[in-house]
Design a protein around this ligand. Structure first.
Ligand code: ADP
Length: 374
């Protein structure tokens, strides 16, 4: 939990739980009151109205605990039910009458090896998800997020059901690139986080969750714990492909994520430049060591297309092809350097959703992935 005061975690958690009566978050609905610490435990009052059914109350209490854990809270959270009860609407808030919220709200999120607390976790399959594909890069700025978002959109456009998890905790770009800023809601009935749909893709990103300033004060492990909950507790069921936009590089954050679920494979994005290729090579070796199937490389910024249609190989020609050959893997696709691609990313209208050579390039990449992972 680090430096963050547990009491201050209540607001971000409560803004993510929906009150079925008012349709607002339980925070805005004024249902979470009077937070206080008792040792390491966080206590607060949950103020309900007479119309809240017992199932509503339990669901909200459990969802709030799950959200707190998702934010990295490691103590026990007790929501003391206060306010009007259906039977006796005038009851004053009282601790004796209160039922503590379950500290294990989500099935499967406790037990040996698991835990939202940053400890080791067991690798698991995600129910109802056919293929999980990680998109990785040896270093930042090579276009990993551009490829992740456009690949996801292209797969969806081809008729597949697609999820996109932005696990790039250092610089989540999915909200910008997909133009999706809505906060994901908690489905407290099924104890799941509901991704937000954009361009036909179910999306989740840390960037949707908190104010930029707030992201700054979260410590790495807390953020990782939240991302892992996004992976394991969100409603991805029914997805043919879940694309994970991994953080750049080959450090602990990447390890934690790729070991959290069984991946069908990884796609490595690189530019043809020698330095970028050297980093990509490190990525390839890491995945090979971990025995994650390598689907292949995507060469981004492969060339710059001049107005007359000729190609300027700005970062060198054939770098991706040579590296793919060296690792006996496939060059899955080549994406040109094009101002329109940067602009579409900034505008939140992925090129893959449009027409023209860029959309075709991502369409071909999606088709190749779907062929390798039917
Ligand atoms: P990463 O996820 O590897 O850090 P991004 O996908 O965020 O990289 O890309 C970094 C920047 O470069 C973004 O502004 C993006 O729009 C731009 N960009 C990526 N690929 C291309 C390309 N092929 N042509 C033009 N701009 C690109």
């Amino acid at each position: 939990m680090g430096d963050m005061d547990p009491i201050s975690m209540l607001q971000p958690a409560a803004t993510r739980v929906r009150d079925p009566l008012s349709g607002r978050s339980v925070w805005l609905a004024g249902m979470v009151k009077n937070p206080r610490l008792k040792g390491d435990d966080l206590h607060y009052d949950l103020v309900f109205q007479a119309e809240h059914t017992p199932a509503d109350r339990e669901g909200i209490a459990a969802a709030l605990v799950a959200m707190l854990e998702g934010l990295g809270f490691e103590g026990r959270a007790h929501g003391l039910h206060a306010g009007a009860l259906p039977a006796r609407p005038d009851d004053p808030p009282s601790e004796e009458a209160a039922a503590p919220a379950s500290s294990d709200p989500v099935p499967g999120m406790s037990g040996p090896g698991m835990g939202p607390h940053g400890g080791p976790i067991e690798m698991r399959r995600l129910d109802g998800v056919r293929h999980i594909v990680a998109v990785a890069s040896g270093k930042g700025g090579v276009g990993k997020s551009t490829v992740s978002t456009n690949l996801a959109v292209a797969l969806a456009r081809a008729g597949h059901t697609v999820g996109l998890l932005d696990a790039d905790i250092y610089g989540p770009s999915v909200p910008t690139m997909m133009n999706v800023w809505d906060r994901p809601m908690a489905d407290h009935e099924h104890q799941r986080i509901i991704p937000v749909v954009a361009h036909g893709v179910r999306c989740l990103s840390m960037g949707m969750l908190n104010d930029p300033e707030q992201a700054m004060i979260w410590r790495g492990p807390m953020v990782m714990s939240a991302v892992r909950q996004f992976l394991q507790q969100a409603d991805w069921a029914g997805c043919d492909y879940l694309i994970i936009d991994l953080p750049p590089g080959t450090g602990d954050a990447q390890l934690t994520l790729i070991q959290a679920v069984e991946l069908s494979g990884v796609v490595i994005v690189t530019t043809p430049q020698k330095v970028a290729l050297a980093d990509a090579v490190r990525g390839v070796s890491m995945f090979q060591k971990l025995e994650v199937p390598l689907l292949g490389l995507v060469e981004n910024m492969a060339w710059y297309e001049l107005p007359d249609g000729t190609r300027d190989y700005v970062f060198g020609a054939d770098g991706g092809k040579d590296t793919a050959a060296r690792f006996e893997t496939e060059l899955l696709g080549q994406i040109p350097l094009q101002t329109a691609l940067r602009e579409s990313g900034d505008a939140g209208t992925p090129a893959a959703a449009g027409d023209g050579p860029l959309a075709d390039a991502f369409g071909a990449l999606a088709a190749r992935i779907a062929e390798k992972l039917p």
